[in-house]
Design a protein around this ligand. Sequence first.
Ligand code: 13P
Ligand code: SF4
Length: 300
Amino acid sequence: MTDQSIIQDINRLKKEKDAVILAHVYQDGEIQDIADFTGDSLALSKKAVDTDAELIVFCGVSFMAETAHILNPDKTVLIPKLEAGCGLADMATIEELQKQKEKYPDAAVVSYVNSSSEIKSISDVCCTSSNAVDIVNAMKQDTILFVPDKNLGSFVAEQTDKKIILWGGYCYVHENITPDHLNDMKKQHPAAEVIVHPECTKPVRDIADFIGGTGHMASYVKESDTKEFIVGTEDNFAYRLRKDNPKKTFFEVKTECIGMRKSSLADVRNALEKEQHKIKIDEDVRKKAYKALDNMMNMS
Ligand code: 13P
Ligand code: SF4
């Protein structure tokens, strides 16, 4: 079957089933192209809440599809590939977080959305890369247990007076980006600005001209007079940037997220046709996780 006939099937099934396709900006370009909406984690969560569609096909990793379901229990949320996971989200276990909560009883637990539903269910509030600093600053507690990304946590710690207790988690996609590699790229493209995700390590962030989540990076590039950018995050994000800024040039740093690249166009078609794979979460966990996400929505 050609890509063109798969795309025709997707468009037909979408109408027949009153479905909406949401895609993260790290998805392959062909999936971003068939999506009704592309964006960062926060924008996709908001879109999932706002949509009237009965069926949401979430092209991203599992914690993102779970977030859409937690916020929309009456809608069906499908993920094209069940095994599309996030290595960072797997780095926080409920047992360890329970222990940390006991160790720091006065701390507020702020969990990055890149975490399991169970972690969210025992957190005070969630955050994304684009609102993490604002959420932490808005908490009434002076001490924050920030879970699970140590790099985003240290980025937040640089911008708040609150005491941040870091978890040990990290994203391998962003830890793959090294200062040496970025410096080499800067030599090759001296006119380029370096933009990086806050999941990058501190030495990498220190080299950057701009640090922000994918939503913030997209706005920065759009508004900038600079014509060339070295893109310090998942390579597929450069596809989005090129499409939205055809006159600008983008250089990938060569790092890929396995989970984000699991789904193909055929998987999206199969998801719509067979209504697979439905996100299911224990209702007690879902309700508690909803509170942490709803707190975030109200604060951002
Ligand atoms: P954004 O919310 O910035 O898109 O980040 C999601 C993510 O998984 C980064 O690795
Ligand atoms: Fe998770 Fe990293 Fe992939 Fe983002 S890029 S989904 S944090 S593994």
